[in-house]
Design a protein around this ligand. Sequence first.
Ligand code: MN
Ligand code: MN
Length: 458
Amino acid sequence: MERERNAWVMASEAERQEIEALGRKYIKFLNRAKTERETVSYLREKLKKKDFVDLKDLNELRPGQRVFINHKGKAAVAAVIGEKPFIEGFNIVASHTDTPRLDLKPVPLYEDAGMALFKTHYYGGIKKYQWPALPLSMHGIVVKKRGEKIEINIGEDEDDPVFTITDLLIHLAKDQMEKKMSEGITGEDLNVLVGSLPLEPGPEKDKIKAAIKKILQERYNIEDEDFSSAEIQMVPAMKAREVGFDRSLIGGYGQDDRVCVFTSFRALLDVSVPSRTAICVFADKEEIGSVGNTGLRSFLLENAVIDLMNKNGHADYYQVMLALRNSYALSADVNGALDPNYEGAFDKRNSSIIGQGVALTKYTGSRGKVESNDANPEYLARIRRLFDDHGVAWQVGELGKVDQGGGGTVAYLLSRYGMEVVDCGPALLGMHSPFEVAAKADIYAAYKAYRVFMQEFE
Ligand code: MN
Ligand code: MN
């Protein structure tokens, strides 16, 4: 008989309750953390409550000690110290905090045709046509010339206003509808409506822009030029919700990759004195190639390991690299679930199915696995056994048909150290859309996979 594959059916009655409880917490998290900064601030707050201490405040590390490193407020590392010396390696789960969105340009505000608007520059892989005709909220920070930081979060409260990008009325869309989908809405068309009331009495020209400037100044202490030292993101203002008559799914923005951030963080909370030190990496900038000093292409991970190792005596380059080489990792990122609406894009026999557990993905990449980490079968076999031994619902994943496109994760960056690494995360429907969908049972399977990996994998 073929083994049961549905993660919900595989779960015990007690586990079904855990699936629901985790889902409820996850929805709250998604509604609170819509940017990398909000994600890191959520993690800091929750980790502190669970006895994780800022590594800076410790002089020595003992087995069982729980620590975190906040990296510029946009990335973070958290760890539970294990019994073995660091040099024998870590069990690492690496996810990413950033999500596709629309960033404001440095000179965003202008007036046209009775409206004030903001110019945007999209971040990461988006289908531009998905962004008009949605309520949008505004998140981020503005740093004043003297260093004062102003936090922006407008559009999440029921009483807040929202913003939007208007779409062209169908009545006049003849030319637009004949364009390719990639050209129907262009990057420069993604301008956000932010107001329409003129200043009175005011200047002859740009009275509406002047009125918005006044509001920004009076209410938020933001001057026009302050946008040049700001990071402001427009994201969907919709709340995450349960989906389906049976409430088995969760829909919401930013699940790639906050589903892995959340599940790996929850898993780490439940790890106690592991054999090898357990580390969660929450990296930024994955969606644009892991670049910048908060992305995993930087020395973020080495620096975290040096900081850890130096707490117990001076660590040299050899020791740091040896510890990393001796490590094992799960690259915690999402895969695309088989979607019957777009069957032609998938290889049915090799795609992940929603609700069938966490996906183990040997390779990603495109045009013949280009730029993917191609996990070693010796390591994959050990992970399979670990998951089967601990009742983790898992399935294989491959991102769609061979020549259909592709994508990447941080796996290849971790593999540079010589550590074993494989991609492992839930499969989503509508990945990178403003409303991505995951199955509750898969979210729980990811949590369990990361927990048993960090706690048990030897
Ligand atoms: Mn991702
Ligand atoms: Mn992505």
